[in-house]
Design a protein around this ligand. Structure first.
Ligand code: DAH
Length: 364
């Protein structure tokens, strides 16, 4: 480390040598003051009024110079001071900009690095169909009603006019909650086998007129195969008012099916049986794949059975204190997976539940 030498000899040659050694040290140190901290140390070492190297030069060279040499030494020291000021100010700039450079370097982001890809989710095809159906009925003035998935025997069966021990109950392979034997039958809990109990809950809680749809999950003790699943979705509908006729039922469902499958589809109504409707019908649509000519999805018949419906049985009105002499209504229920299979030509209901991305990505 450079120290200011004491001068014995004030000859021009000796002064020159001392001055160039000092300059060299000053320049070297200025060059290595690369960050703000190093620069501060450098500046203090050289410029501090009290005992900085230039002050030492002043004391040891100028003040100590004999009379005749004073003038030369004075000029030399002034020149060194000026040079030092320039070097210090250059070093200051360098230090602060290289501090900035270091800061920028530490904060760089590598824009060539591939980002983390977050795949966007899409609505599940079954829920997409359900949304479409809901919007069709909402446009016709229906509101949405919901009920519990764990339901009592009363709502799932009895109030829907399935008498206790009636064989019609066997058509719905019911999953019962265990250890309910101590309760009266009507209070025993089960997983609802259809969304029809929401009809009862709705009529219990509001006066007519009623126009509701009830979307939701239902459960049956069915072994999974290409057309059955122990859990699936239904959309129920109920319309009750004065003077509701079978014509209203036909018009409403015909409109809904045309909205879903296109205006070319036709609907057909065949007699059927449900305990809670009288008369009851099975509704089919003309096959949207072949237009009715016959193909594999419609099993060459030209028609596809899609839902159950009917006029609300007066006995059901009796359970909810609606007056069957003044009121009439229709109801319908459809399987959402089945409709989705039709809409997207899916041949295995299990695909909706596997969670296989190769299947689901086709709906993205
Ligand atoms: N709940 C019936 C079922 O799951 C479907 C059904 C048929 C609902 C006729 C209705 C209806 O509202 O009127 O098989």
């Amino acid at each position: 480390m450079y120290t200011v030498p004491k001068l014995e000899d004030f000859s021009p040659a000796s002064l020159d040598k001392a001055a160039s050694e000092l300059r060299e040290a000053l320049e070297n140190e200025a060059r290595s003051a690369l960050d703000p901290k190093a620069f501060e140390e450098f500046r203090n070492r050289w410029m501090a009024r009290k005992n900085g190297l230039l002050t030492q030069v002043n004391d040891m060279w100028l003040k100590a110079a004999p009379g005749p040499a004073k003038r030369d030494v004075g000029q030399l020291v002034n020149a060194l001071k000026k040079a030092a000021e320039v070097l210090v100010s250059d070093a200051e700039q360098l230090a602060s900009s290289s501090g900035l450079a270091a800061k920028l370097k530490s904060e760089t982001i590598d824009i060539s690095l591939p980002g983390i890809e977050r795949t966007l989710g899409v609505r599940h095809p079954v829920l997409r169909t359900l949304d479409e159906l809901i919007s069709v009925f909402v446009k016709m003035g229906y509101s949405i009603a919901e009920g519990p998935e764990v339901e009592s025997d009363y709502y799932n069966f009895e109030a829907l006019n399935f008498p206790p021990n009636h064989p019609a109950r066997d058509t719905q392979d019911t999953l019962f909650i265990a250890n309910q034997e101590r309760h009266p039958q009507r209070d025993r809990l089960l997983l609802r086998t259809h969304t029809s109990p929401v009809q009862i809950r709705t009529m219990e809680s509001q006066r007519p007129p009623v126009r509701v749809i009830c979307p939701g999950k239902v459960h049956r003790n069915d072994a999974p195969d290409a057309t059955h699943s122990p859990g699936f979705h239904q959309l129920e509908g109920l319309c009750v008012d004065t003077n509701i006729t079978f014509g209203d039922l036909k018009g409403t469902l015909d409109h809904a099916m045309k909205s879903l499958f296109g205006s070319a589809v036709k609907t057909s109504f065949r007699p059927s049986f449900f305990p809670f409707t009288e008369p009851s019908v099975e509704v089919s649509i003309s096959c949207p794949f072949c237009g009715g000519k016959g193909c594999r999805p419609c099993k060459q018949s030209g028609w596809i059975e899609l839902l159950g419906a009917g006029m609300v049985d007066p006995n059901v009105f009796g359970f909810v204190n609606y007056d069957p002499k003044k009121l009439s209504g229709f109801a319908f229920g459809m399987g959402v997976e089945r409709l989705t299979m039709m809409s997207y030509n899916v041949d295995d209901i299990q695909q909706f539940f596997y969670g296989d991305m190769r299947f689901l990505e086709q709906f993205a």
